[in-house]
Design a protein around this ligand. Structure first.
Ligand SMILES: Cc1cc2nc3c(=O)[nH]c(=O)nc-3n(C[C@H](O)[C@H](O)[C@H](O)COP(=O)(O)OP(=O)(O)OC[C@H]3O[C@@H](n4cnc5c(N)ncnc54)[C@H](O)[C@@H]3O)c2cc1C
Length: 355
């Protein structure tokens, strides 16, 4: 595979396309290769501290406490700080939702489809400005590109690895190819284990929509979880996603999501079908929390913590941002923010070299 651009991006989710947009804005040429759309079109809302009573500091604290303080603090601070720029970029709807585990409403969107809308807009803006290819990239491909073009900057944005599980909310092609690519280039990978899999607690187990989650914020709107004997088992507790998954596993692994008391307008807001009121659900692997080790400039680090020259990573393929539990809404924010940082930093290197 031949790359003639300054920057080679692997991955066509929000992280990859945001990196491409930042690189083009900085004057670099870009090739972006992807083998699917990834999870980004499914992002219905993301975190941005828009309310006057919110702050970057509170956002940092909520992210760290959700992650059981196992997060990389510098990455969390970079994400929360830079998320403020999203306020100027997007005309968010007025509704601000409180994600499970947050101290305050912070989840914003545009027509409940910010992932698909943001991706569509970027693709329009970059039409004919970058080279796009549809194919699977392997570690061998990247090593060959490096051998021929050592100056090309590589951005790994291949998303998470939950697609390797049979019952998962992810497409099967998201298996963690980016981890192999990073390792082949000398990068370190961490936390790729069962402790760093975020389960989505309430995923449909039956019918054509098997594997599609039912949004957990409905628990703030009158929804209840019943065990298979029809008994409510959460009471008033409103738990983190990992605690909620554990509570369902403790009940035998399945639950009925009872939406009978949720007002119609709330269900419609969450793009739910009004005829679906009692849904059989189970926790399923949803987001991977471990991956490629990066610094806050998205440079891939080796096992000694030293940047691997010319290699960057962003989005769900990276480790450290979410700790042991991802605060709902932070997958989208991380992809947006770190995608832009990776594209910007890779372009700065290209430009500095050209001076
Ligand atoms: C159903 C669902 C709903 C979600 N809803 C939300 C939400 O509302 N809010 C939120 O914050 N987060 C949400 N998330 C999490 C969020 O979608 C992800 O964290 C985010 O999209 C990650 O973006 P990304 O660009 O890193 O990866 P992705 O969007 O997954 O993109 C990965 C890209 O890499 C490509 N790729 C992978 N391997 C290769 C390869 N070898 N060669 C070429 N290309 C490759 C894929 O084809 C894809 O284009 C949701 C996740 C799911 C599954």
């Amino acid at each position: 595979m031949k790359v003639v651009s300054d920057i080679f991006i692997i991955g066509g989710g929000l992280a990859g396309w945001r990196a491409a947009e930042a690189a083009v804005a900085g004057g670099a040429s870009v090739t972006l290769v992807a083998n699917g759309v990834g999870n980004s079109p499914d992002i219905h809302a993301l975190n941005c501290p828009v309310l006057p009573e919110d702050s970057v500091e509170q956002f940092v604290e909520d992210t760290l406490s959700s992650g059981k303080y196992e997060n990389d603090r510098l990455l969390v601070e970079a994400m929360c700080r830079e998320s403020l720029t999203l306020k100027d970029e997007f005309a968010f709807d007025d509704t601000v939702i409180r994600p499970l585990g947050s101290s305050i409403p912070r989840c914003v969107s545009i027509r409940h489809a910010i992932g698909a809308i943001a991706l569509g807009d970027i693709k329009k803006r970059l039409k004919n400005k970058i080279t796009v290819e549809n194919r699977t990239v392997t570690a061998e491909d990247v090593l060959a590109i490096r051998a021929e073009r050592p100056d090309v900057r590589i951005i790994i944005a291949t998303g998470g690895w939950c697609g390797k599980y049979d019952f998962s909310t992810n497409p099967g092609y998201l298996k963690g190819d980016g981890l192999l690519i990073a390792e082949a280039l000398g990068g370190a990978v961490k936390d790729v284990d069962e402790n760093h899999v975020q389960y989505e607690p309430t995923v449909r187990v039956e019918g054509l929509r098997r594997g599609i989650p039912v949004i957990t914020t409905l628990l703030y709107e009158g929804a209840r979880l019943l065990n298979m004997d029809g008994e409510e088992f959460l009471g008033d507790a409103r738990l983190n996603k990992d605690e909620l998954s554990k509570a369902i596993f403790d009940q035998g692994g399945y639950a009925i999501y009872d939406l009978t008391e949720v007002p119609d307008d709330k269900l419609l807001e969450c793009r739910m079908d009004l005829s679906e009121r009692m849904i059989k659900v189970a926790p399923a692997p949803h987001s991977s929390l471990g991956g490629i080790v990066i610094d806050s400039k998205c440079r891939v680090l080796d096992h000694d913590g030293v940047p691997v020259p010319g290699v960057f990573a962003c989005g769900e393929v990276t480790a450290g941002v979410h700790g042991l539990n991802r605060l709902g809404g932070n997958g989208g924010t991380a992809a947006m923010v770190f995608g832009t940082i990776a594209g910007r930093e890779a372009t700065l290197e290209v430009k500095n070299e050209q001076i």
